[in-house]
Ligand binder design. Structure first.
Ligand code: NAP
Ligand code: BLA
Length: 325
């Protein structure tokens, strides 16, 4: 079988790791990368003998590109994915698939009609943290309450796309993994509520200096989850905690430390490393394309997490409880 030609849109952290991994796997080779700055992109592709482009349209229609990887700002994911599928390419997206459910749904339909792979990466599911939780869950009995807090104190607020609502999306849309971890573990959500606040004006085209969003999710199985996401300069200390209370015990992940708490004992959980997850995802994409092996996540599951995130955004805008259909 011929080596798969890969084109990557974006030149940031995710794009760089992807480029290295596709280049290092004999089943694929890097054809092109697209970034806004030609010189920077040329420098990046030089070790791989690939082409540097400033126009992603040229990348997604390039005849030697079989697979397009979309690793650029969230606002552009849907538009680029549509163009790539129209050009009959396979598509890998760094989450989220799109900023709205309507756009995401229509991309799923397009991928099906073109019979192309549409994979939305959710590296958090490949992490040691997720593995340790999934493995310990049966030990704590029926889970009934989850608290998931992810706060990053950052002073001064960075001048980055991820501090723009129109480029990143509503906090739980851009940071979709916070929702997806929970839907993956606990299933469907009945309804949600949310309060959020932004510092800086956060108007279209304007950055915020801090965001905080606090959502409550009621799962169909009765579980209640409080999920908090925030970042920026109005926050004064980091907090990364995932706590699951069950009828027989609890699972606690605090920073890099995991603990299983049971009535008669406490055990520490091996959480592995956060590194190497994009490489793992990349290898699985190549397994799917060359051997037809199933991936670890479906775009339908990603779409469902997005549906919950969109309901949370709607709840935040209206101050109402919103059902997830
Ligand atoms: P990053 O390092 O900040 O890179 C973002 C890239 O987007 C930049 O290199 C830039 O490339 C491009 N870009 C296009 N328009 C831009 C604009 N107006 N402002 C700033 N950059 C712009 O981000 P990243 O962490 O790689 O994230 C890329 C995607 O991966 C995002 O969708 C993110 O949600 C997803 N993701 C990332 C991680 C992670 O661990 N980092 C994990 C899961 C998912 P040019 O300047 O060359 O155009
Ligand atoms: C997720 N990390 C993300 C996302 C962005 C970044 C934009 C997607 C949006 C979100 O879920 O919030 C960006 N992450 C960064 C940056 C750093 C970082 C700029 O750690 C700077 C150090 N990502 C990395 C690095 C690692 C990493 C270096 O850039 C690990 C060593 C891991 N990022 C990582 C993981 C996720 C993520 C595992 C999935 C989110 C989760 O943990 O649930």
């Amino acid at each position: 079988m011929d080596s798969i030609g890969v084109g990557i849109v974006g030149t940031g952290y995710a794009a760089k790791v992807r480029a290295e991994t596709f280049h290092g796997d004999r089943r694929s080779h890097l054809v092109a990368m697209a970034g806004r700055n030609l010189e920077k992109t040329q420098e990046l592709v030089a070790p791989y003998g690939a082409i540097a482009l400033t126009d992603w349209h040229a990348l997604v229609t390039h005849p030697s590109v079989d697979l397009v990887v979309i690793a650029t700002i969230n606002r552009d994911h849907g538009t680029i994915a549509r163009a790539a599928l129209e050009a009959h390419k396979h598509v890998v997206l760094e989450y989220p698939l799109a900023l709205t459910v309507a756009e995401a749904e229509s991309l799923l339909e397009l991928a099906a009609s073109k019979q192309r792979l549409l994979h939305v990466e959710h590296i958090e599911l490949l992490s040691g943290i997720h593995g340790a939780i999934a493995q310990s869950l049966p030990e704590i009995g029926t889970p009934f309450y989850v608290r998931y807090t992810d706060l990053t104190a950052k002073r001064p607020a960075p001048d980055r796309w991820s501090y723009h609502n129109d480029l990143f999306g509503f906090p739980f849309v851009g940071a979709l993994s916070r929702i997806h971890r929970l839907t993956n573990l606990f299933g469907s959500v009945a309804h949600v509520s949310c309060e959020s606040r932004f510092w800086g004006d956060g108007l279209p085209g304007q950055a915020f200096t801090t965001c905080i969003a606090s959502a409550q999710l009621k799962f169909t199985n009765g579980l209640i989850a409080d999920v908090v996401y925030g970042k920026g300069e109005a926050l004064w200390s980091d907090e990364r905690v995932l706590l699951i209370h069950g009828e027989q015990g609890a699972i606690q992940i605090a920073g890099e430390v995991g603990t299983l708490i049971l009535a008669d004992q406490e055990r520490s959980l091996d959480l592995g490393s956060r590194r190497g997850l994009f490489a793992k995802d990349t290898a699985m994409v190549l397994d799917a394309l060359t051997l037809g092996q199933p991936l670890y996540v479906t775009p339908q599951e990603s779409l469902y997490a997005l549906r919950v995130a969109e309901a949370i955004r709607c709840a935040s805008e209206t101050g109402r409880v919103v059902s997830v259909d």
